[in-house]
Ligand binder design. Structure first.
Ligand code: ARG
Length: 475
């Protein structure tokens, strides 16, 4: 059913309708559209534009419609252009002309962005909740490996030994920043657009602040032209989702590497691996690969919306309809990806012995020699040089640093007395790195405990916000 007609002689060409139709993808906004319509009924009634009887009938009609939509009994038809027109048809089928009363003081322009904000808030909370689950999976896994050593890398070359718990826990901190961004986004997005009308507000005695409160928004728009044109919240959400995707891709890359035969550190559980149709021996880390691969579409969706918004004139333009599919796709992608990655992490086992054996390889303790000399008041540049000479000697004689003799050490630098052997163990190196945030296991244990506590607080906040949102939707 078209929402206009008076000034038109001809109906839309099939190709024009097919292009402008958004019902295939915006139908999922139906529950939010019905809820914002309920808020609009309330404001029309409170301002005397609808009688209590008519308002009651519309409210009843909307509630029935919500149930029918939910049960799949009311579905869009081929000639419904979008979710708004389909639901108005549904209401009109129930109530006759009264079904059209909701258009007073409201345009699809303020309606669609109000719906989309509600949808986005609901789903941002769901993404946030899944991130807290992922974070705790990471931290709990990390806690199992606090006292296990592994080589830490720079340039994918062995650099210095680290606690493997430290290595795993780092990912939880990236997600903590994502949660911070989600919190900021929620604050900024909690602004109602309802009442902005087509662009200029309304001559009817409506109160946008009233509908804002009714819908659980913290405030209402300040400028009606901005209110109907603003999609910053979509772009920002897509940026947050992209960064989450990039964080997941970095996990995916590490997991694929660690599961390779060359590393053989990670044993990914069967439940999160796949086999090959031709090579019977294969066990592939596909979930990790998809965690890496899906980041492409998340980033693409962000670029798509930013490009659509670039230089777009104010106020509403139909271009804005292109905001939805990228947003929906990014949300759907993350809702699939996050639980799978959390499960993969929770069920991966690491080969402690193999990692410990690798920890000193590649002369990862060379920095300890330099630091030992610095403690003996040798300038770092000379200390670095001396430690480098130790590495060179080991390389040319095919030995490890601790295999150099006392006299060889002394020949390299007079301050390299036998005491240096104390620092030439992975264990010693790990325990000595006690600066804040460092890899000493005692500190790693504290980092993980602090992060788990923050994670629990964050999860509780999200659960509470979800409860408030669900109550608003049901009211
Ligand atoms: N389906 C449209 C969208 O998503 C709804 C708004 C249409 N407004 C209009 N003035 N044509 O943006």
């Amino acid at each position: 059913m078209a929402l206009w007609g008076g000034r038109f002689t001809d109906s839309s060409a099939d190709s024009a309708f097919a292009l402008s139709c958004s019902i295939e993808f915006d139908w999922r906004l139906a529950p939010y559209d019905i809820r914002s319509s309920l808020a609009h009924v309330a404001v029309l009634e409170s301002s005397g534009l609808l009688t209590p009887t008519d308002a009651g009938a519309i409210r009843q009609g909307l509630k029935e419609l919500a149930e029918e939509v939910n049960a799949g009994k009311f579905i869009p038809q081929a000639n419904d252009e979008d979710v708004h027109s389909a639901l108005e048809r549904g209401l009109t089928e129930k109530l006759g002309p009264l079904g059209g009363a909701l258009r007073a003081g409201r345009s699809r322009n303020d309606q669609v962005t109000t719906d989309l904000r509600l949808f986005s808030i609901d789903h941002m909370l769901e993404v946030g909740s899944m991130i807290t689950t992922l974070q705790s999976a990471i931290l709990e896994k990390a806690a199992q490996y606090i006292n296990d050593s592994a080589p830490g890398f720079t340039h994918i070359q062995h650099a210095q030994p680290v606690s493997f718990g430290h290595e795993l826990a780092k990912h939880a901190h990236a997600f903590a920043r994502d949660l911070d961004r989600i919190n900021d986004w929620l604050d900024r997005t909690s602004v109602s657009s309802l009442g902005a009308g087509a662009l200029a507000g309304s001559s009817l005695p409506l109160d946008p602040a009233f509908t804002a409160v009714n819908l659980g928004f913290a405030s209402s728009f300040a400028n009606s032209i901005d209110a109907v044109s603003d999609r910053d919240y979509v772009a920002e959400a897509l940026f947050i989702f992209s960064l989450i995707g990039i964080h997941l891709s970095r996990i995916g890359q590490e997991w694929t590497l660690w599961a390779s035969t060359e590393f053989a550190w990670a044993e990914v559980s069967d439940a999160y691996s796949t086999g090959s149709s031709i090579m019977p021996q294969k066990k592939n880390p596909d979930i990790a690969e998809l965690a890496r691969g899906k980041s492409g579409r998340l980033l693409g969706n962000l670029v798509s919306v930013l490009t659509m918004l670039k230089a777009l004139p104010f106020a509403y333009n139909r271009d804005l309809q292109e905001d939805k599919e990228p947003l929906f796709d990014s949300i759907d992608t993350l809702l699939l990806l996050l639980p799978a990655v959390a499960g993969m992490i929770a069920t991966t086992e690491f080969d402690r012995e193999k990692m410990a054996m690798a920890a000193p390889l590649g002369f990862t303790l060379a920095t300890e020699i330099a630091d030992y000399l610095v403690l003996k008041k040798i300038a770092f540049a000379q200390a670095h040089e001396a430690a480098g000479s130790c590495v060179k000697l080991c390389q040319s004689t095919n030995r490890q640093l601790h295999e150099l003799t006392d006299s060889e050490f002394l020949a390299i630098h007079s301050a390299l007395d036998p005491g240096v052997r104390m620092v030439l163990s992975v264990e010693g190196a790990l325990h000595s790195r006690t600066t804040a945030g460092g890899t000493a296991p005692v500190l790693v244990a504290k980092q993980i405990a602090d992060a788990l506590a923050a994670n629990a607080g964050q999860a509780a906040l999200i659960t509470r916000a979800q409860k408030v949102f669900r109550e608003m939707m049901a009211s």
